[in-house]
Design a protein around this ligand. Structure first.
Ligand code: NCD
Length: 289
């Protein structure tokens, strides 16, 4: 693997290697994984809290150094994204880029150093997909078949398509539900992915993983007819209808779709996802460098 631009760049061996290192770091045995003298650059052309900070923290924990494209960069003088990437690639050993447009592949062409896609328009978010898969395995590895229901803005979320691409690799392992409420356009596929006409609430008792996302309002300007605003809000009372060992995931940030009182429920693992982000990104950086 040179760049990580989309989930297809991840071969099964890459994923196992990354998860292995992540597991060592997670369990406090990551001391031998070091990338001393390596520099990671973060270039975020779109807001971020978790992705940027966890990449930076991961690099520091591995003993590496971090540089960050300042908001007051030469882009303010009209420099193009391409020239910015070309410049930063002269200084850093790896570039972590987030961009609101679907142009990661063309940007990566300007870098002779590995580029990691940290979120690209509504197309891809491969590192979040890795974190999500790691989290699903952490909690549900004993199950032969895992039922996952996606809710929220299933059209504009970029974490859902990236995670789906990973899940599709194991069609016997996962059963995916989209309800027509939130994803009327998703087509049934080989008994793995299907739409259920009943409401999210009716499906809650069946799921092992409830994967929620926020409404991506900032992307609706382009093709507003395709976004979905689910009026589903997960409350404490609704969690009682879920299986005892079900988990509630969300890539965060959340808006109103998860009531804060749900955070106390042991099924809520979205802050564990946040934590896993650090370990998985340590695994990825070490593996790549
Ligand atoms: C997501 C993203 O940026 O796509 N957040 C994240 O990286 N953890 C989700 C979102 O913005 O809704």
């Amino acid at each position: 693997m040179h760049h990580l631009l989309n989930v297809d760049d991840l071969k099964p061996n890459d994923i196992e290697a990354i998860f292995n290192i992540a597991h060592y770091c997670h369990t406090g045995h990551g001391e031998s994984f070091r990338v001393k003298n390596k520099i990671m650059a973060t270039l975020f052309f779109e807001p971020s809290t978790r992705t940027k900070l966890s990449f930076q923290a991961a690099m520091y924990k591995l003993g590496g150094q971090v540089i960050d494209l300042p908001t007051e960069s030469s882009q303010k003088k009209g420099e193009s994204d391409a020239d910015t990437v070309k410049t930063v690639a002269q200084y850093a050993d790896v570039l972590v880029i987030r961009h609101p447009a679907e142009i990661m592949e063309s940007l990566a062409a300007y870098s002779d150093k590995p580029v990691i896609n940290a979120g690209e328009g509504h197309l891809e978010h491969p590192t979040q997909a890795l974190i999500d898969l790691y989290t699903i395995r952490q909690y549900q590895s004993k199950k032969e078949k895992i039922t996952i229901m996606f809710t929220g803005d299933c059209y504009y979320s970029r974490t859902i398509p990236s995670l789906l691409s990973l899940l599709r690799r194991e069609p016997d392992k996962y059963r995916i539900i989209f309800t027509n409420e939130v994803a009327p356009w998703i087509e049934k596929e080989a008994n793995m992915i299907f739409t259920d006409e009943s409401k999210i609430k009716d499906n809650l008792p069946k799921v092992d993983v409830l994967y929620m996302t926020r409404t991506q309002k900032e992307r609706w300007g382009k093709t507003p007819e395709k976004g979905t605003e689910s009026d589903f809000v997960l409350t404490k009372d609704l969690t009682y209808t879920m299986k005892a060992d079900a988990i509630i995931m969300h890539p965060l940030p959340r808006n109103e779709e998860i009531h804060p009182e749900v955070d106390q429920n042991y099924r809520a693992v979205y802050f564990q996802q946040v934590k896993n982000g650090l370990f998985v990104r340590m695994g990825l950086l070490y593996h790549l460098l």
